[in-house]
Write a protein that binds this ligand. Sequence first.
Ligand SMILES: *Cc1c(COP(=O)(O)O)cnc(C)c1O
Length: 235
Amino acid sequence: MRSSDSIAARLADIRGRMDAAARRASRRADDVRLIAVSKMVSADAVREAAAAGHVAFGENRVQEAAAKLGALADLPLEWHLIGHLQSNKAKPAAAAFSWIDSVHSVELVTKLDAAAVQLGKRLDVLIQVDLAREATKYGVPETGLRAVVDAAMAASALDLRGLMVIPPIPGTAEASRPWFRRLRTLRDALVAEGRPARVLAELSMGMSDDFEVAIEEGATLVRVGTAIFGRRPAP
Ligand SMILES: *Cc1c(COP(=O)(O)O)cnc(C)c1O
């Protein structure tokens, strides 16, 4: 592998692009964090990213992640579950992850909270919003969002941190912009209704192809996989 192709070099390149996007939007670079999406990526590659100083990683399947997290348990990493979570996997998810970024129902809030209480830990959570109302996309529709937000705020072992969105498969980064803007507007509305800004401070939006646009629109967490670890094999 040429050094310009190393994971460390790609991380540095993305960090530079993130900082430039933040500057364009008159935002502080420190206000945007990178989640390196390591699904289908080996534990060794994660170790390489960690050696380059990277801390936050995202996985989309509880079972795949559990094995990998076990192999990396010696490292002080911050693991985010970013993929769809079924309520019956709430317990193993709560055990393995420190952030659950794809909370989508009151039922799941209840199950995660019970699991966290039992484990004696606290969980940071984001609520995934399905803005496009597509049959294939997960997340809570806007009509059900307030009930999930308020349930998460009332939960005893969950710390609500914000919202997450995956736009419909975009043709270009610009095609994602209206969805990113809509998530921010929705968050602002939830705060204007009286909820503390602190519990809705995070907006997780933007992936390899559109993270710069997401930052221009207010993302505080971007989830980047391919641009760091290379193309994944087809599932
Ligand atoms: C895979 C995945 C990503 C990363 O996508 P890339 O295009 O590889 O950057 C981000 N978010 C979610 C929810 C994912 O499943």
